[in-house]
Design a protein around this ligand. Structure first.
Ligand code: ADP
Ligand code: ZN
Length: 211
């Protein structure tokens, strides 16, 4: 099963991706996670990517394409995989289609207002990676992880100005992929941010028809 998750930033792709990955036993490949790890490890890639990410811009195509192509060659991707955050431009989609046949593209949608509200309130645990939301999923004690009692932090690119540029970039660069995959007959659409379980049930229904 070879799947792409498409959708604006903050629509819950990461959460759904983890659920899909564990239900179907396929690796979850998130370019955002790969890039953030490179930043944390202070690799050459990380240093370059950081400049773009913290401004809400896209990392250059060549860089992201080569990261994903390398990752897809690994053994665990043979029986399938789930791409989260890639492709994000037509150029990336074309590079991918030259290499691999994708089974389904799932497009998750939500309004700008819901997205901004969600991203601004999002918090992460530095240590165990648990996620919280200041209103929707608050920790028991403000700023502290329930699981491991470490400090919570906000992603640099979850500040409101950066969120707005991420949404603009999404509309300009990534939204055209909806039409691109629709024309190829590969697209299915689900409404996001209406409850994790409800969204996942919709996705699972779509994936029943994929071998
Ligand atoms: P979100 O979907 O919440 O915006 P991600 O974690 O997927 O965030 O990505 C964070 C940032 O990493 C993006 O704003 C962008 O700068 C960079 N990035 C991730 N994937 C790609 C990609 N496929 N092409 C270019 N830049 C990317
Ligand atoms: Zn924690």
């Amino acid at each position: 099963m070879k799947i792409i998750l498409l959708g604006p930033p903050g629509v819950g792709k990461g959460t759904q991706a983890r659920l899909i990955s564990s239900k179907y036993g396929i690796p979850h490949i998130s370019t955002g996670d790969i890039l953030r790890k490179a930043i944390a490890d202070e690799t050459e890639l990380g240093l370059e990517a950081k400049e773009y990410i913290n401004k809400g811009q896209l990392v250059p195509d060549e860089l992201v394409i080569s990261i994903v192509m390398e990752r897809l060659k690994e053994k665990d991707c043979e029986k399938g995989f789930l791409l989260d955050g890639f492709p994000r431009t037509i150029k990336q989609a074309e590079a991918l289609s030259g290499l691999i046949q994708i089974d389904k593209v799932i497009n998750i949608t939500a309004s700008d207002e819901t997205i901004i509200e969600k991203l601004v309130g999002r918090r992460f645990c530095k240590d165990c990676g648990a996620t919280y939301h200041v209103h929707d999923v608050p920790p028991k004690e403000e700023g502290v992880c329930d699981e491991c009692h470490c400090d919570l932090f906000q992603r640099e690119d979850d500040k409101v100005d950066v969120i707005k540029s991420r949404l603009e970039v999404y509309k300009k660069e990534t939204a055209p992929l909806i039409e691109y995959y629709k024309e190829k007959g590969m697209l299915a659409t689900v409404t996001g941010l209406v409850g994790v379980d409800k969204v996942f049930a919709e996705i699972a229904k779509i994936l029943e028809s994929v071998a």
